[in-house]
Design a protein around this ligand. Structure first.
Ligand SMILES: Cc1cc2nc3c(=O)[nH]c(=O)nc-3n(C[C@H](O)[C@H](O)[C@H](O)COP(=O)(O)OP(=O)(O)OC[C@H]3O[C@@H](n4cnc5c(N)ncnc54)[C@H](O)[C@@H]3O)c2cc1C
Length: 405
């Protein structure tokens, strides 16, 4: 197998590195100057920082590299997307404001939207002027997403929305959201639950939409229950045709899953950063043979998972389905993400469990927060048990295994 980069990929990576060398340090310096101003409201501060950074990124056309050039991107290939994430992780660049919008919702609007919809919404995602969320899950529709029951019933030139979503990240901060709603409530009883689902872009300020933040185990309130009571949505907010929502969603989740390669790069960078932090706050840990072995295993597994992801990407490049590599990579990533977070807390010793606000907290409590937050990785984007079911059913074809719907 030839791992050397094509000249255009190397040029892409070099250009990005040169741009970051010039633009990231001044951004970080400016940010650090105002950092302690409002430590009481870390979420808001984080959002503002991400918004500012995305705006800077887009001055160099680096916010949405995989979008077509005419929409403000660089038409980056799957391989260039991986390089992009690797370089961003290498530079420890801040996150962006519209992660869902850039990686999932924007491409869906480009594919499914009308010209008017593209002109209306793409700039708001790209320029980080407004925040976007993604509303799929419901109390009885998580892994079994097609069981969703929040209805949108046509009434003249509006749809009337009734029901409830849950776990919707940053919905309380969002102006817009891509939501999946049921326009044909008879589909589930007919045994055709994937039918009758439609995608909508909702203005979150619409009367009848209420967000109630849920406190998670990190102590933050970043995801929400979203209630709809007689909320009237203009027909022009429908993305794609009635009943085409499942296809829209599968495209969106597809983007999410190929994104695993990017997240693996972040894990490698996290591991390096925590070893550096341990060197100063708990150096004895680095001489502990058990921790040293866990470090070596985690590092090796991250590298192996990256190779698995590269195999998936190479299938995408050849127009083949990246299957079952994507499922395997998702499983690998979720267990590694949890192991790296646990390892971080163990390597840092007593200082590792001090949260934000404590004078001795390492990296402002980042690692202990991550320890709690990474429980997410085996739930979001298809839980571990369900991924294993899919692999058992469709890749290994285990005899007697229940067929999945
Ligand atoms: C931090 C975070 C952020 C999120 N952000 C968003 C967001 O922005 N937008 C959004 O729409 N959703 C979001 N979600 C929701 C996420 O997509 C769902 O949590 C996920 O789809 C799982 O659904 P669920 O929680 O309903 O669990 P369920 O599907 O009810 O599963 C519960 C448990 O049962 C197991 N299980 C379920 N079915 C089977 C089966 N057939 N066989 C074996 N075991 C099974 C699961 O593995 C799991 O352990 C977020 C979740 C988290 C944790």
């Amino acid at each position: 197998m030839d791992f050397s980069l094509a000249p255009e990929d190397e040029a892409f990576r070099d250009e990005l590195r040169a741009w970051l060398d010039e633009n990231l340090p001044p951004f970080l310096e400016k940010e650090q100057a105002g950092e302690d101003e409002d430590d009481q409201r870390p979420n808001e501060r984080l959002q503002r920082r991400r918004q500012a950074w995305q705006k800077v990124l887009q001055t160099g056309r680096w916010a949405a590299v995989h979008w077509p050039v005419e929409h403000g991107g660089r038409a980056a290939t799957p391989m260039q997307r991986v390089l992009y994430s690797e370089v961003m992780a290498e530079y420890r660049a801040p996150g962006i404001f519209n992660t869902n919008g850039i990686w999932q919702i924007g491409p869906m609007i480009i594919t499914w939207g009308t010209d008017d919809q593209r002109a209306r919404w793409l700039p708001s995602i790209l320029q980080a002027d407004e925040h976007w969320c993604q509303g799929f899950s419901e109390p009885d529709a998580g892994n079994d997403l097609a069981n969703l029951r929040t209805t949108a019933i046509l009434d003249g030139d509006h749809y009337v929305v009734e029901g409830q979503k849950i776990w919707i990240s940053t919905a309380h901060l969002a102006k817009w959201g891509l939501f999946l709603l049921r326009t044909d409530p008879t589909a589930i009883e007919r045994g055709a639950k994937h039918e009758g689902i439609t995608a909508f872009i909702l203005d979150m300020d619409t009367p009848g939409i209420e967000c109630r933040p849920i406190r998670d185990m990190t102590g933050e309130e970043m995801f929400n229950e979203v209630y709809f009571t007689d909320a009237r949505i203009p027909v022009g907010c429908r993305l794609g045709g009635e009943g085409e929502g499942w296809m829209v969603a599968m495209g969106t989740l597809g983007f999410e899953r190929v994104g695993i390669a990017s997240q693996l790069s972040t894990l490698g960078a996290d591991l390096r950063a925590v070893v550096e932090a341990a060197r100063s706050v708990n150096p004895d840990a680095l001489r502990d043979p058990i921790l040293a072995e866990r470090l070596a295993v985690a590092w090796t597994e991250i590298e192996l998972a990256k190779l698995l992801s590269l195999r998936a990407i190479s299938r995408v490049i050849k127009n083949e389905r990246p299957w079952p590599e994507v499922q395997f990579a998702k499983l690998q990533w979720s267990s590694l993400a949890q192991e790296v977070a646990e390892l971080a807390v163990d390597l840092l010793g007593p200082a590792g469990v001090l949260g934000r606000g404590g004078p001795d907290a390492v990296d402002r409590g980042k690692w202990v927060r991550l320890y709690a937050f990474q429980r997410y990785s085996s739930i979001g984007g298809g839980s571990t048990e369900v991924q294993k079911n899919i692999i058992a059913d469709r890749a290994i074809k285990l005899p007697g295994h229940a067929r999945l719907s």
